[in-house]
Design a protein around this ligand. Sequence first.
Ligand SMILES: [Zn+2]
Ligand SMILES: [Zn+2]
Length: 154
Amino acid sequence: MPAPSSASQGGPMTTETQAGPAFRRFDGADIWLGLTREEQARIGAVAIELVASWRLRQRVYEDQLSDILGRAAEAAETLLTRMLTMEVSEALPDGALEAEDGVTPRVPLLLGGICRDCGCTQEDACPGGCGWAGEDQCSTCARENAPAAGRIEL
Ligand SMILES: [Zn+2]
Ligand SMILES: [Zn+2]
């Protein structure tokens, strides 16, 4: 009599989302390493000037500097935001924003963990606060998904 393999996992695949992380991530550091020096130089310069324009607007506000300066700061911010979007878009390899299937959008890696059930993050916790119950599930969702089988409350 053949011994049944304990590793055998017959049966249809579940219809739930595939195993593994719920969200494909966009790794900016990895993309950066693949850019040319010229692309890095353009993006870097624009990014630094964009932050400088935010700081300038902040100073105009806090120190009540002239409207003339504020007007220029605002224009700089608008321009540099547009330039940063353009420079990065041109430098990104084709399809970099989507997963291997070419459709699923990637989520920025630096955001950190994302709850697969509610989308909460370190930056945007559930009302009342939550922590991580698992690698990609927050404590609020872990509690809500834990009740006795057959009981669904929304
Ligand atoms: Zn959650
Ligand atoms: Zn949460």
